[in-house]
Design a protein around this ligand. Structure first.
Ligand SMILES: NC(=O)c1ccc[n+]([C@@H]2O[C@H](COP(=O)([O-])OP(=O)(O)OC[C@H]3O[C@@H](n4cnc5c(N)ncnc54)[C@H](O)[C@@H]3O)[C@@H](O)[C@H]2O)c1
Length: 371
């Protein structure tokens, strides 16, 4: 028998950039019959509510979650403010789409994961790049064994400094922010998704801080190595200290996957569409008047065209709404995978700090250093 779509009453907690993108997609989804917003910034709440024709607006997420219409929740508050809304949504017992990370602290992330799994709730985490078609095609080739046994993966992520500066300015705890934890986690997630049958046993990394260290106490770039139980290796590097005038609005990524029978290279650098203008554009992650050249497509959620978001965040949001409404499986990252990604990125940062390899699973001593 064909599946019947269930109506969705959607609560969006945090109506910033991502909350608005997802809300706009949801407002066009046929199963979504009701949308409520919780946003602490009053003007922003009213603006977004108007744009997505929200049925209910409040500054208090508990008040939103108490509404009887709510059957699913999107949590899109700032990185360090996810835990409170997740715990409240667990109490309410509804499926959720959570922006990464579950928590910025590893012990707290483990606690959130345990609570989610004990409640048996369907919670997925916004690893949006899984929904970009090229990463899905690559996943399929690795999954069916076209490359044989994967032996070596490399990823190189280059990022505009604007992202780093924005993150360091917004945080109350710069030590919890790093290029790997905030941004490198997306490339790492895709690679770990490809390597899902393999168990990481050691991480090793080095970082540099000559640009962002001075003003923000931050890290510019990290290069690392993850070794797996079967001897295969993942070699990764990320810099989020590229000049503001670099054409990537946010990121540019290259991945190579070597196997015993084949190789797959993926160019996600966005060099295929280059816009050069005389006056700055007002769109994207953090519009900046110095940027006159742009790699179109380098803003991870996608691009606006004809009044609508086009790209991976749209696909991801539609896919999640179908999951909630129809019960269909989707390639979204689970809360467990999100926790693993946080653990790996934090362990790599710890290795860079201590200047020595970190064995996995984490020892109590290392876990305590990350708590
Ligand atoms: N999936 C992706 O590709 C992607 C892209 C960008 C950002 N993100 C993630 O999305 C999340 C939000 O990022 P953003 O760029 O939209 O940030 P943002 O600052 O634009 O939006 C966050 C919003 O949450 C609101 N908020 C904070 N605490 C709140 C609370 N307790 N109740 C209600 N509202 C609250 C803030 O006022 C703000 O408007 C972050 O976790 C970020 O890492 C994901």
């Amino acid at each position: 028998m064909r599946r019947q779509a269930k109506d969705v009453g959607l609560a969006i907690i945090g109506a910033g950039r991502v909350g608005l993108f997802r809300g706009e997609v949801a407002s066009r989804h046929p199963a979504v019959k009701w949308i409520g917003i919780a946003e602490t910034n009053h003007n922003r709440a009213l603006d977004v509510a108007g744009k997505i024709e929200a049925d209910f607006v409040t500054a208090d997420y508990r008040e939103l979650l108490a509404r009887p219409e709510v059957t699913a929740v999107i949590i899109a508050t700032d990185e360090h403010l996810h835990v409170g809304p997740i715990m409240a949504a667990i109490e309410r017992g509804v499926p959720m789409l959570i922006e990464k990370p579950l928590a910025t602290n590893l012990a707290q992330s483990a606690d959130v994961l345990a609570r989610l799994e004990a409640a048996g709730l369907d919670a997925v985490v916004g690893y949006t790049q899984r929904f970009r078609r090229k990463w899905l095609s690559g996943k399929e080739k690795v999954r069916v064994g076209a490359l044989g046994d994967v032996t070596l993966v490399t990823s190189r992520a280059f990022m505009n400094r604007l992202v780093a500066i924005d993150n360091y300015k917004r945080t109350d705890n710069p030590a919890s922010i790093s290029p790997l934890v905030i941004s490198g986690t997306h490339a790492l997630d895709v690679v770990m998704w490809y390597m899902e049958a393999k168990t990481p046993v050691e991480v090793y990394a080095r970082s540099v801080d000559k640009v962002l260290g001075k003003d923000y106490g931050g890290i510019d770039a990290t290069a690392g190595l993850i070794t797996f139980e079967d001897g295969s290796v993942y070699h990764l590097s990320i810099s989020w200290a590229l000049p503001v005038t670099w054409p990537g609005a946010v990121y540019s990524l290259e991945v190579g996957i070597n196997g015993t029978h084949g190789v797959l290279t993926i160019d996600d650098t966005h060099r295929d569409m280059v816009l050069a203008v005389s006056a700055p554009q007002e769109e994207g992650y953090a519009p900046d008047s110095r940027r006159l050249v742009d790699f179109l497509g380098s803003y991870p959620p996608g691009d606006m065209a004809l009044g609508e978001l086009r790209g991976p965040m749209r696909e991801e949001t539609d896919s999640w709404l179908n999951r909630v409404s129809l019960g269909v499986p989707t390639p979204a990252a689970t809360a467990r995978e999100a926790h693993r990604n946080l653990m790996l990125t934090k362990a790599l940062d710890l290795s860079a700090k201590l200047k020595r390899p970190i064995p996995l699973p984490l020892s109590e001593e290392h876990a305590a250093l990350l708590a």
